[in-house]
Design a protein around this ligand. Structure first.
Ligand code: ARG
Length: 302
Protein backbone atom coordinates (compact mmCIF):
# COMPACT_ATOMS: atom_id res chain seq x y z
CA UNK A 1 0.00 0.00 0.00
CA UNK A 2 1.43 3.32 -0.99
CA UNK A 3 1.76 6.14 1.50
CA UNK A 4 -0.56 9.02 0.75
CA UNK A 5 0.85 12.46 1.26
CA UNK A 6 -0.77 14.53 3.96
CA UNK A 7 -1.28 17.28 1.40
CA UNK A 8 -3.46 15.04 -0.79
CA UNK A 9 -5.92 14.75 2.07
CA UNK A 10 -6.46 18.48 2.50
CA UNK A 11 -10.02 19.42 1.67
CA UNK A 12 -11.13 15.82 1.08
CA UNK A 13 -13.85 15.99 3.66
CA UNK A 14 -15.17 19.45 4.36
CA UNK A 15 -17.77 18.11 6.82
CA UNK A 16 -15.27 16.12 8.84
CA UNK A 17 -15.33 16.99 12.52
CA UNK A 18 -11.58 16.68 12.66
CA UNK A 19 -10.29 17.99 15.96
CA UNK A 20 -7.15 20.06 16.00
CA UNK A 21 -7.21 21.34 19.53
CA UNK A 22 -4.09 21.79 21.65
CA UNK A 23 -1.58 20.99 18.94
CA UNK A 24 1.87 21.22 20.40
CA UNK A 25 3.78 23.64 18.16
CA UNK A 26 7.06 21.84 18.93
CA UNK A 27 5.73 18.64 17.25
CA UNK A 28 6.14 18.85 13.47
CA UNK A 29 2.98 18.16 11.42
CA UNK A 30 4.55 15.20 9.65
CA UNK A 31 2.37 12.17 10.39
CA UNK A 32 1.73 10.40 7.11
CA UNK A 33 -1.42 8.34 6.57
CA UNK A 34 -1.42 5.05 4.66
CA UNK A 35 -4.50 3.98 2.72
CA UNK A 36 -6.20 0.99 4.31
CA UNK A 37 -8.53 -1.72 3.06
CA UNK A 38 -11.27 -2.34 5.62
CA UNK A 39 -13.94 -5.02 5.89
CA UNK A 40 -17.13 -4.23 7.81
CA UNK A 41 -20.59 -5.75 8.36
CA UNK A 42 -23.80 -3.73 8.45
CA UNK A 43 -25.55 -3.94 11.86
CA UNK A 44 -28.94 -4.80 10.36
CA UNK A 45 -29.41 -7.66 12.86
CA UNK A 46 -27.47 -6.07 15.74
CA UNK A 47 -28.94 -6.75 19.23
CA UNK A 48 -27.90 -7.70 22.76
CA UNK A 49 -29.37 -11.18 23.17
CA UNK A 50 -26.83 -12.89 25.43
CA UNK A 51 -24.08 -11.77 27.83
CA UNK A 52 -20.50 -12.80 27.07
CA UNK A 53 -18.78 -9.71 28.50
CA UNK A 54 -19.65 -7.32 31.37
CA UNK A 55 -20.97 -4.62 29.01
CA UNK A 56 -23.81 -6.79 27.74
CA UNK A 57 -27.18 -6.75 29.50
CA UNK A 58 -29.57 -9.00 27.58
CA UNK A 59 -32.93 -7.37 27.06
CA UNK A 60 -31.41 -3.87 27.08
CA UNK A 61 -33.03 -2.27 24.08
CA UNK A 62 -30.78 -1.47 21.16
CA UNK A 63 -31.86 1.30 18.81
CA UNK A 64 -31.12 -0.39 15.49
CA UNK A 65 -31.84 2.75 13.45
CA UNK A 66 -29.36 4.71 15.58
CA UNK A 67 -26.84 1.86 15.34
CA UNK A 68 -27.19 1.84 11.54
CA UNK A 69 -26.72 5.64 11.40
CA UNK A 70 -23.63 5.54 13.64
CA UNK A 71 -22.14 2.66 11.67
CA UNK A 72 -22.81 4.42 8.35
CA UNK A 73 -21.08 7.53 9.69
CA UNK A 74 -18.01 5.40 10.50
CA UNK A 75 -17.95 3.96 6.96
CA UNK A 76 -18.44 7.42 5.41
CA UNK A 77 -15.66 8.86 7.58
CA UNK A 78 -13.20 6.14 6.54
CA UNK A 79 -14.04 6.73 2.88
CA UNK A 80 -13.76 10.51 3.26
CA UNK A 81 -10.23 9.93 4.56
CA UNK A 82 -9.22 7.88 1.53
CA UNK A 83 -9.74 4.32 2.82
CA UNK A 84 -11.41 1.45 0.98
CA UNK A 85 -14.35 -0.11 2.80
CA UNK A 86 -15.93 -3.39 1.74
CA UNK A 87 -18.67 -5.29 3.49
CA UNK A 88 -19.80 -8.79 4.21
CA UNK A 89 -23.58 -9.45 4.25
CA UNK A 90 -25.02 -9.71 7.76
CA UNK A 91 -26.76 -12.97 8.71
CA UNK A 92 -30.02 -12.95 10.73
CA UNK A 93 -29.60 -14.52 14.17
CA UNK A 94 -25.93 -13.42 14.49
CA UNK A 95 -26.30 -10.13 16.40
CA UNK A 96 -22.54 -9.69 17.03
CA UNK A 97 -21.56 -10.20 13.40
CA UNK A 98 -21.12 -6.41 13.08
CA UNK A 99 -17.85 -6.86 15.02
CA UNK A 100 -15.84 -7.70 11.92
CA UNK A 101 -12.47 -7.48 13.70
CA UNK A 102 -13.13 -10.78 15.46
CA UNK A 103 -13.56 -12.85 12.30
CA UNK A 104 -9.90 -13.08 11.24
CA UNK A 105 -6.50 -11.45 11.23
CA UNK A 106 -4.88 -10.75 7.87
CA UNK A 107 -1.16 -10.10 7.45
CA UNK A 108 0.60 -9.94 4.07
CA UNK A 109 -2.50 -11.36 2.40
CA UNK A 110 -2.56 -14.44 4.66
CA UNK A 111 -5.83 -15.00 6.49
CA UNK A 112 -5.83 -16.59 9.94
CA UNK A 113 -9.51 -17.33 10.61
CA UNK A 114 -11.45 -17.47 13.86
CA UNK A 115 -12.76 -20.00 16.35
CA UNK A 116 -15.01 -18.09 18.74
CA UNK A 117 -15.04 -18.78 22.47
CA UNK A 118 -18.81 -18.35 22.81
CA UNK A 119 -20.99 -20.94 21.06
CA UNK A 120 -23.38 -18.11 20.12
CA UNK A 121 -20.68 -16.52 17.94
CA UNK A 122 -19.13 -19.64 16.40
CA UNK A 123 -21.32 -19.58 13.26
CA UNK A 124 -19.98 -16.10 12.33
CA UNK A 125 -16.74 -17.62 11.03
CA UNK A 126 -18.61 -19.20 8.09
CA UNK A 127 -19.92 -16.11 6.22
CA UNK A 128 -16.62 -14.29 6.79
CA UNK A 129 -14.66 -17.25 5.42
CA UNK A 130 -16.98 -17.29 2.38
CA UNK A 131 -16.24 -13.58 1.83
CA UNK A 132 -12.47 -14.13 1.99
CA UNK A 133 -12.66 -17.12 -0.38
CA UNK A 134 -14.75 -15.16 -2.88
CA UNK A 135 -12.02 -12.47 -2.78
CA UNK A 136 -9.37 -15.07 -3.59
CA UNK A 137 -7.89 -15.57 -0.11
CA UNK A 138 -7.27 -18.95 1.50
CA UNK A 139 -8.38 -19.14 5.12
CA UNK A 140 -6.46 -21.00 7.84
CA UNK A 141 -8.69 -22.54 10.56
CA UNK A 142 -7.20 -22.19 14.03
CA UNK A 143 -7.49 -25.31 16.17
CA UNK A 144 -7.66 -23.33 19.39
CA UNK A 145 -9.98 -20.48 20.39
CA UNK A 146 -9.00 -17.33 18.54
CA UNK A 147 -11.02 -14.16 17.99
CA UNK A 148 -9.12 -12.54 15.12
CA UNK A 149 -7.94 -8.97 15.45
CA UNK A 150 -9.86 -8.71 18.72
CA UNK A 151 -6.81 -10.34 20.32
CA UNK A 152 -4.15 -10.53 17.58
CA UNK A 153 -2.93 -7.03 16.81
CA UNK A 154 -0.33 -6.73 14.04
CA UNK A 155 2.16 -4.07 15.06
CA UNK A 156 4.78 -3.91 12.28
CA UNK A 157 7.65 -6.26 13.10
CA UNK A 158 5.60 -8.40 15.48
CA UNK A 159 2.05 -9.28 16.45
CA UNK A 160 0.80 -8.33 19.90
CA UNK A 161 -1.49 -11.06 21.22
CA UNK A 162 -3.96 -10.95 24.09
CA UNK A 163 -5.09 -13.87 26.21
CA UNK A 164 -6.96 -14.30 29.48
CA UNK A 165 -10.58 -14.13 28.39
CA UNK A 166 -10.92 -15.33 24.78
CA UNK A 167 -7.95 -16.19 22.54
CA UNK A 168 -5.70 -18.91 23.98
CA UNK A 169 -1.91 -19.16 24.29
CA UNK A 170 -2.12 -22.15 21.98
CA UNK A 171 -3.69 -19.90 19.31
CA UNK A 172 -0.77 -17.46 19.76
CA UNK A 173 1.60 -20.34 18.95
CA UNK A 174 -0.49 -21.32 15.94
CA UNK A 175 -0.48 -17.73 14.67
CA UNK A 176 3.31 -17.46 15.03
CA UNK A 177 3.77 -20.71 13.11
CA UNK A 178 1.31 -19.59 10.42
CA UNK A 179 2.64 -16.07 9.84
CA UNK A 180 6.30 -16.62 10.70
CA UNK A 181 6.12 -13.34 12.62
CA UNK A 182 7.03 -13.09 16.33
CA UNK A 183 3.89 -13.19 18.45
CA UNK A 184 4.17 -11.43 21.80
CA UNK A 185 1.71 -12.79 24.35
CA UNK A 186 0.08 -10.35 26.77
CA UNK A 187 -2.25 -11.31 29.62
CA UNK A 188 -5.46 -9.34 30.11
CA UNK A 189 -6.81 -9.16 33.66
CA UNK A 190 -9.85 -6.85 33.67
CA UNK A 191 -13.11 -8.37 32.32
CA UNK A 192 -14.19 -4.96 30.96
CA UNK A 193 -11.20 -5.18 28.63
CA UNK A 194 -11.66 -8.77 27.54
CA UNK A 195 -10.13 -8.35 24.07
CA UNK A 196 -6.69 -6.85 23.44
CA UNK A 197 -8.26 -4.30 21.09
CA UNK A 198 -10.25 -2.82 23.99
CA UNK A 199 -7.02 -2.10 25.91
CA UNK A 200 -4.51 -1.14 23.21
CA UNK A 201 -4.28 0.14 19.64
CA UNK A 202 -1.47 0.69 17.17
CA UNK A 203 -0.55 4.28 16.32
CA UNK A 204 2.42 3.54 14.12
CA UNK A 205 3.44 0.24 12.54
CA UNK A 206 6.67 1.38 10.85
CA UNK A 207 10.10 0.82 12.40
CA UNK A 208 9.86 0.36 16.16
CA UNK A 209 6.26 1.55 15.98
CA UNK A 210 4.14 2.96 18.75
CA UNK A 211 0.88 2.22 20.55
CA UNK A 212 -1.63 3.70 22.98
CA UNK A 213 -2.75 1.49 25.89
CA UNK A 214 -4.34 1.27 29.32
CA UNK A 215 -1.75 -0.41 31.61
CA UNK A 216 -4.17 -1.60 34.32
CA UNK A 217 -5.86 -3.92 31.82
CA UNK A 218 -2.69 -6.06 31.80
CA UNK A 219 -0.94 -8.37 34.25
CA UNK A 220 2.18 -6.85 35.91
CA UNK A 221 4.56 -8.84 33.68
CA UNK A 222 2.70 -7.87 30.50
CA UNK A 223 2.77 -4.23 31.58
CA UNK A 224 6.53 -4.49 31.88
CA UNK A 225 6.78 -6.04 28.41
CA UNK A 226 4.78 -3.15 26.94
CA UNK A 227 6.90 -0.58 28.79
CA UNK A 228 10.09 -2.16 27.38
CA UNK A 229 8.76 -2.38 23.81
CA UNK A 230 7.11 1.03 23.79
CA UNK A 231 8.87 3.49 26.11
CA UNK A 232 7.19 6.33 24.25
CA UNK A 233 3.64 4.92 24.25
CA UNK A 234 0.56 7.03 24.86
CA UNK A 235 -0.77 5.95 28.27
CA UNK A 236 -4.54 6.15 28.56
CA UNK A 237 -6.67 6.62 31.68
CA UNK A 238 -9.43 4.29 32.87
CA UNK A 239 -11.98 6.90 31.72
CA UNK A 240 -10.49 6.79 28.21
CA UNK A 241 -10.58 3.00 28.24
CA UNK A 242 -14.18 2.85 29.53
CA UNK A 243 -15.16 5.21 26.70
CA UNK A 244 -13.70 2.64 24.24
CA UNK A 245 -10.83 5.00 23.50
CA UNK A 246 -8.37 2.13 23.08
CA UNK A 247 -10.70 0.59 20.51
CA UNK A 248 -9.63 3.27 18.03
CA UNK A 249 -8.20 2.97 14.53
CA UNK A 250 -5.17 4.96 13.34
CA UNK A 251 -4.09 5.28 9.69
CA UNK A 252 -0.73 6.75 10.65
CA UNK A 253 -2.07 10.28 10.84
CA UNK A 254 -5.82 10.31 11.59
CA UNK A 255 -7.11 8.56 14.67
CA UNK A 256 -10.76 7.52 14.46
CA UNK A 257 -11.58 7.82 18.13
CA UNK A 258 -14.75 7.90 20.28
CA UNK A 259 -15.74 11.43 21.39
CA UNK A 260 -15.85 10.35 25.06
CA UNK A 261 -12.11 9.62 25.21
CA UNK A 262 -11.25 13.24 25.86
CA UNK A 263 -7.90 12.97 27.68
CA UNK A 264 -6.65 10.50 25.07
CA UNK A 265 -7.80 12.79 22.26
CA UNK A 266 -5.79 15.66 23.76
CA UNK A 267 -2.69 13.50 24.10
CA UNK A 268 -2.97 12.32 20.49
CA UNK A 269 -3.30 15.89 19.22
CA UNK A 270 -0.24 16.84 21.30
CA UNK A 271 1.73 14.08 19.57
CA UNK A 272 0.85 15.40 16.11
CA UNK A 273 -1.97 12.96 15.28
CA UNK A 274 -5.30 14.23 13.96
CA UNK A 275 -8.17 12.88 16.07
CA UNK A 276 -11.39 12.26 14.11
CA UNK A 277 -14.25 11.63 16.55
CA UNK A 278 -16.73 8.91 15.57
CA UNK A 279 -19.55 8.04 17.97
CA UNK A 280 -20.48 4.33 18.12
CA UNK A 281 -22.16 4.53 21.55
CA UNK A 282 -24.98 2.16 20.56
CA UNK A 283 -22.38 -0.59 20.11
CA UNK A 284 -20.89 -0.04 23.56
CA UNK A 285 -23.98 -1.91 24.85
CA UNK A 286 -22.48 -5.05 23.31
CA UNK A 287 -18.93 -4.26 24.44
CA UNK A 288 -17.75 -3.00 21.07
CA UNK A 289 -16.49 0.20 19.46
CA UNK A 290 -14.74 1.53 16.36
CA UNK A 291 -11.97 -1.07 16.00
CA UNK A 292 -14.32 -3.98 16.80
CA UNK A 293 -16.41 -2.97 13.77
CA UNK A 294 -13.35 -2.80 11.50
CA UNK A 295 -11.29 -5.65 10.04
CA UNK A 296 -8.12 -4.53 8.27
CA UNK A 297 -7.07 -6.48 5.19
CA UNK A 298 -3.26 -6.13 5.11
CA UNK A 299 -2.05 -7.27 1.73
CA UNK A 300 1.54 -6.13 1.80
CA UNK A 301 4.34 -5.93 4.34
CA UNK A 302 3.90 -2.71 6.31
N1 ARG B 1 -20.33 -8.76 22.03
C1 ARG B 1 -19.09 -9.02 21.38
C2 ARG B 1 -18.30 -10.06 22.17
O1 ARG B 1 -18.30 -9.98 23.38
C3 ARG B 1 -18.30 -7.78 21.21
C4 ARG B 1 -17.04 -7.98 20.42
C5 ARG B 1 -16.21 -6.75 20.33
N2 ARG B 1 -15.15 -6.93 19.44
C6 ARG B 1 -13.86 -6.58 19.66
N3 ARG B 1 -13.02 -6.68 18.68
N4 ARG B 1 -13.45 -6.23 20.85
O2 ARG B 1 -17.72 -10.95 21.62
Amino acid sequence: MSPVSAASYRGVNPQSRTVRKRRNPSVPDSRVPRRRRFLVCEPRHFAVQYAINPWMRPGEPVDVIRALDQWQALVDTYRAHGHTVESVNPVPGLPDMVFAANAAVVVEGRVFGSLFHAPERRPESVPYEAWFKAEGFEVYHPESVCEGEGDLVPAGRWILAGTGFRTTREAHREAQEFFGVPVIGLTLVDPYFYHLDTALFVLDDQGDGNIAYYPEAFSPGSREVLARLYPDAVIATREDAMAFGLNSVCDGRHVFVPPGATALTDQLADRGYVPVPVDLSEFHKAGGGIKCCTQEIRETRS
